[in-house]
Design a binder for this molecule. Structure first.
Ligand SMILES: [Zn+2]
Ligand SMILES: [Zn+2]
Length: 301
């Protein structure tokens, strides 16, 4: 009997795990613990963040930094004998003809001269990249390896005494989208973002860390909610997305302040049969947007 799990079965198992994790989040509305992991693994997709989080908990490993076996060797570290790998899922991408009605379903052809791909039916057909599935990739945490010390520069180290720089970076990010950031009373709110006026207003009366949080929240709205038409119906969800972005960004930067008050709406109010799909979309939005913001800040520090 073949006891080895087939790779495709493993992918199914992992996908089911991600699903379970979403069910758990929906049941207990525990955003802080979900986002905590996101803030340390922001280069991973939210699905892989879930997978690493769960596997870390299940094995009692404090996962901080993972790479593949060979990738560790490349930077002078060796995975210790007997260490069990963790799994992440890597997308399988294939180029296919995207022309409507084209009969060609298989591979497209690579033209070396032009370094481009074309459809064998007609070279003018549009060729696009499609996600065709996932494969299981084995990774190890740094704590499972030994060898050359590596420089782990975390955001928090980088940001020490860089508070003004963080604020300035966030303001430049807003400005790069043609938005003005103004420090003045925002009425009954701590801040707001108006896509119509291309303006973010932040109440200056809060302490610095808190203002950074509010600005990150409003930039979350700026980047995520330009085109939504159902804000009134989906308010809890959209506010949770903006708040989630702010939480991940501030956690990664180490700028939470004492008076921090994060309010995450209740998933139970996200509406009917689409709730789970909405949770997935929101997790993806939070992950991508936090990454965009953190990458921008990192490049400007
Ligand atoms: Zn074609
Ligand atoms: Zn908001």
């Amino acid at each position: 009997m073949n006891t080895k799990t087939k790779a495709s079965d493993r992918v199914e198992e992992l996908t089911a795990l991600i699903d379970d994790k979403i069910d758990a989040l929906m049941a207990d509305n525990d955003w802080v613990n979900t986002l905590k992991f996101m803030s340390t693994q922001h280069n991973y997709s939210w699905q892989n963040q879930f997978l690493l989080w769960w596997q870390g908990l299940a094995t009692g490993t404090d996962i901080t930094y993972v790479r593949g076996y060979k990738q560790w060797q490349e930077i002078g570290r060796q995975v210790r004998k007997g260490e069990e790998a963790f799994d992440v899922l890597a997308p399988l991408i294939a180029r296919r003809c995207a022309e409507k009605g084209c009969s060609h379903k298989g591979r497209v052809i690579y033209n070396r001269a032009t370094k481009s791909f074309y459809c064998p039916v007609n070279e003018a057909h549009r060729v696009e990249q499609f996600l065709t599935g996932f494969r299981d990739v084995k990774v190890f945490d740094i704590s499972q390896t030994e060898g050359d010390p590596i420089k782990m520069i975390t955001f928090k180290d980088k940001c020490e005494n860089a508070s003004d720089e963080i604020w300035e970076a966030l303001v430049s990010l807003a400005e790069s989208h043609d938005f003005q950031v103004e420090l003045r009373s925002a009425g009954s709110a701590e801040g707001y973002c108006s896509h119509q006026l291309k303006k973010i207003v932040i109440d200056p009366s809060n302490d610095f860390g808190y203002r950074v949080k509010v600005l990150a929240h409003e930039i979350g709205h700026l980047l995520l909610h330009a085109d939504i038409k159902d804000y009134a119906q989906q308010r809890a969800r959209y506010e949770t997305e903006a708040e989630g972005v702010a939480w991940v960004v501030c956690e990664a930067l180490g700028v939470h302040s004492d008076g921090d008050d994060y309010s995450f709406g209740y998933i139970s109010t996200w509406g009917g049969e689409n709730t789970k799909a909405n949770v997935k979309k929101s997790l993806s939005s939070i992950q991508k947007t936090s990454k965009t913001i953190l990458d921008f800040i990192e490049s400007s520090l």
